[in-house]
Design a protein. Structure first.
Length: 231
């Protein structure tokens, strides 16, 4: 609806005027009567608003890729690490939950490498498109989240995939989009120059065990056509 994009455009203008830290991270400082003495910094995170902007994707005068993600990345690099980490985690969780409750079916990427900007544009599910673009920014483009975080996120996805012995078919459909990013990150070292380095031994074992578990469970599943018919 036009009103929605007007709202997102308004938020984008607020961010450019007041800063990402105030509008999205919700940072505010209280000072005492003496201008030299800062008492305390408060944070009222608006991760839901960040997710809303990312899902909107494009609006008059801006877009998630060109306008919002660069500001989020700059904030994550410069701001207090604990505050930024909490905000990023919350945004990712919001988007992932949105994907898992959405009924949209996306054809999976067959590439083992992360999606290009053009491929991201072709994703129809707004939550999945926003999540993929955010993870690419955090893990690949700007190196904000490193190998340890990638291993944690892979384990998190694994936990989302299974309810006991039951497979979450919605999570299964989005795995290729997300694991391509995670595996690429894990194959990198801590600098861009050694991105083709092998996985660290401990992480290699962890990834191997998780993927082996996926394959073993896959063998016990009925054909995909049966799963789709049941839904």
């Amino acid at each position: 609806a036009p009103e929605h994009y007007q709202f997102v455009d308004f938020i984008a203008k607020l961010i450019s005027k007041l800063g990402f830290d105030r509008v999205i991270a919700g940072s505010a400082q209280e000072t005492s009567s003496s201008s030299l003495e800062v008492q305390e910094t408060y944070s009222f995170s608006r991760s839901w608003l960040a997710a809303e902007v990312l899902c909107s994707w494009k609006w008059p005068g801006g877009s998630a890729l060109s306008s919002f993600l660069p500001l989020l990345s700059e904030f994550a690099k410069d701001e207090n690490s604990y505050q930024a980490e909490n905000l990023l985690n919350s945004i990712v969780n919001t988007l992932l939950d949105g994907v898992l409750v959405n009924d949209n079916e996306e054809p999976s990427f067959l590439n083992v490498w992360p999606a290009s900007d053009g491929e991201i544009e072709s994703i129809q599910d707004p939550f999945l498109r926003a999540l993929v673009s955010l993870l690419l920014t955090l893990f690949i483009k700007d190196n904000i989240w490193m190998n340890d975080k990638a291993a944690v996120f892979l384990k998190f996805l694994n936990d989302k995939l299974f309810f006991g012995t039951t497979v979450n078919s919605r999570c299964l459909r989005i795995l290729p989009f997300l694991t391509s990013i995670i595996i690429r990150r894990l194959r990198r070292g801590f600098t861009e120059s050694d991105e083709d380095a092998p996985l660290e031994f401990s992480k290699e074992n962890q990834v191997h065990n998780i993927i082996q578990g996926w394959l073993q469970r896959t063998l016990s599943l009925p054909p995909l056509t049966v799963l789709q018919t049941d839904q």
